[in-house]
Design a protein around this ligand. Structure first.
Ligand SMILES: Nc1ncnc2c1ncn2[C@@H]1O[C@H](COP(=O)(O)OP(=O)(O)O)[C@@H](O)[C@H]1O
Ligand SMILES: [Mg+2]
Length: 493
């Protein structure tokens, strides 16, 4: 056995003026869970995509299980036993679960899949991951966490020894995060090497064996995790941002009665929602917890007036002359929020292009000045850069800036879906502060998040949705256990 499952030596990669990686060397032992951490734009994704042969570095070498990766192609890396689950999955929606599992495996050649021969191995891989997916169903219809399982199972079918996962938990509800790490731990104990990118410190401290810290394209430090406690979290935090900035754990006070109501949802049933009643007063942030698919998304659609109500009513306060009543940070930034092919400036003023246009033509100067005023130093990029070139965290900041602008321009209510998903904690703190500022004492907000810390830090109170109903209302001092119990209901007992 070579001493390391994966060795990266002196890797550099630049995009134009942007140096993504600068001489990074780091090694990964087999049989362990390694967390790769660093602020947004630190180069984590670029580094791991290079090891998977998806990106060709400008210089440097990658050695997998003692063999040099000679050609940087996914096939080359895969042949040496390394496979990656990217942030945007590579599942083919139109194929079945089984076909997705077998494509690219030993049970497929020249576009032909030998389903019967591969079926048993496919079932075995899924079983190993603790999930029974219907092999014949269309992959596009699977829930997010099942798609993730499918991606991992696919790697297992290809005899992958080194599994690289880029932010696998960014969109998972807390109980599912634990379940995922349990599976990863089993794989590690069989000798596989697990490399995971994550922003959640608590997750690293709880589950990883080692943290590899990158900063601005440089390797900073790698340290083993011996103690699963707050001291370790501080050490990782310190390595990531240079000094151990303490994260505020202040809770917002519950809201006093007698305030103006900005959102009133009364006895609403629509889609999966059943008899939902809630109110949000000015200055209030209502947190919504729940496992994915329990009505959170539907609640936002209802408030936005996008689905017909079968019963009940929704009232939103409206300021005279305001251009919109509701600001939003959408759940899926690629589907609902961001045009990747457009520039940062265009994205910042999306939906309002007429304001910077004359006779149907966009006035570049007006666009630039409106966008610049919106950037408020929150997005560290030139306005003309394409949105696609930004890291996920900075893309998210564009959406947040836009919502804040809408609040400043008169919207009374903001809907926040996972506003800091995939964002490092420095940027997270920054986004939180700006949102709290913009909401202030005069606006209201509804916040959906799987990050229970985020719910507790921002919300004045927390409701829990399960099966389309509000099953609990909790103070922002509720523990993980209390919230988790309400989320899972009888499943937990
Ligand atoms: N295709 C690309 N074109 C231009 N710049 C890129 C591209 N991919 C990444 N970058 C830049 O490289 C840096 C590192 O990005 P990335 O590896 O995605 O960081 P992380 O995953 O740590 O957030 C960022 O500044 C990002 O903007
Ligand atoms: Mg990344």
């Amino acid at each position: 056995m070579p001493p390391f499952a994966l060795e990266v030596h002196d890797i550099s990669k630049r995009y134009g003026d942007c140096v993504s990686l600068d001489g990074v060397s780091v090694s990964f032992e087999a049989g362990k869970i390694h967390a790769v951490v660093g602020e947004n734009g630190a180069g984590k994704t670029t580094l791991l995509r290079i090891t998977a042969g998806v990106i060709v570095p400008d210089k440097g070498s990658v050695t997998i299980s003692g063999h040099a990766l000679s050609a940087f192609t996914p096939r080359g890396a895969s042949a040496l036993g390394l496979g990656m689950v990217q942030q945007h999955f590579s599942i083919l929606d139109e194929l079945t679960v089984l076909e997705n599992l077998l494509v690219g495996s030993e049970f497929a050649e020249r576009g032909f899949v030998r389903e019967n021969e591969g079926r048993e191995r496919a079932e075995e891989a899924l079983r190993k991951l603790g999930r029974e997916l219907p092999l014949g169903s269309r992959a596009g219809d699977l829930a997010l966490e099942d798609r993730q399982t499918l991606e991992i199972a696919r790697l297992l079918l290809r005899h992958t020894q080194i599994l690289v996962l880029d932010e696998p938990t960014a969109a998972l509800a807390p109980p599912r995060v634990t379940a995922l790490y349990e599976r990863l731990r089993e794989l590690a104990s069989e000798g596989k090497t697990i490399i995971v990118v994550t922003h959640k410190l608590s997750e690293i401290v709880q589950h990883a064996d080692r943290a590899v810290v990158l900063k601005k394209g440089h390797f900073v430090e790698a340290f083993p995790i011996f103690e699963r406690n707050e001291k370790t979290a501080d050490a990782i935090r310190g390595a990531m941002i240079g000094n151990a900035a303490s994260i505020s754990s202040m809770r917002r006070a519950p809201h006093p009665a007698g305030k103006r109501i900005v959102l009133r949802v009364k006895n609403v049933s629509a889609g999966p929602l059943r008899d939902v009643t809630l109110e949000v007063a000015e200055g209030e942030i209502l947190g919504v917890a729940g496992i994915e698919g329990n009505g959170q998304r539907d609640l936002f659609h209802v408030i936005l007036g996008e689905v017909p109500l079968t019963q009940g009513s929704v009232d939103i306060a409206q300021k005279e002359g305001a251009s919109s009543r509701v600001a939003e940070v959408a759940e899926d930034r690629h589907r609902d929020g961001l045009v990747l092919s457009a520039s940062v400036a265009e994205n910042l003023v999306l939906g309002e292009l007429e304001r910077v246009s004359k006779h149907g033509l966009i006035r570049e100067d007006a666009l630039r000045s409106l966008a610049t005023s919106r950037m408020q130093s929150i997005v560290p990029a030139t306005p003309s850069a394409s949105a696609a070139s930004l890291s996920g965290g900075n893309q998210q900041k564009i959406l947040v800036s836009r919502a804040i602008a809408a609040l400043e321009e008169g919207a009374e209510l903001v809907l926040l879906a996972h506003p800091t998903r995939g964002v490092d904690f420095a940027a997270r703190a920054d986004i939180h502060e700006r949102l709290l500022d913009a909401i202030g004492e005069a606006k209201g907000a509804v916040l959906v998040s799987y990050d229970l810390d985020e719910l507790r830090e921002l919300a004045t109170r927390i409701i829990v949705l399960r099966g389309g109903r509000i099953v609990a209302e909790l103070p922002n001092t509720a523990t993980d256990e209390e919230i988790g119990r309400a989320m899972l209901g009888s499943e937990a007992s």
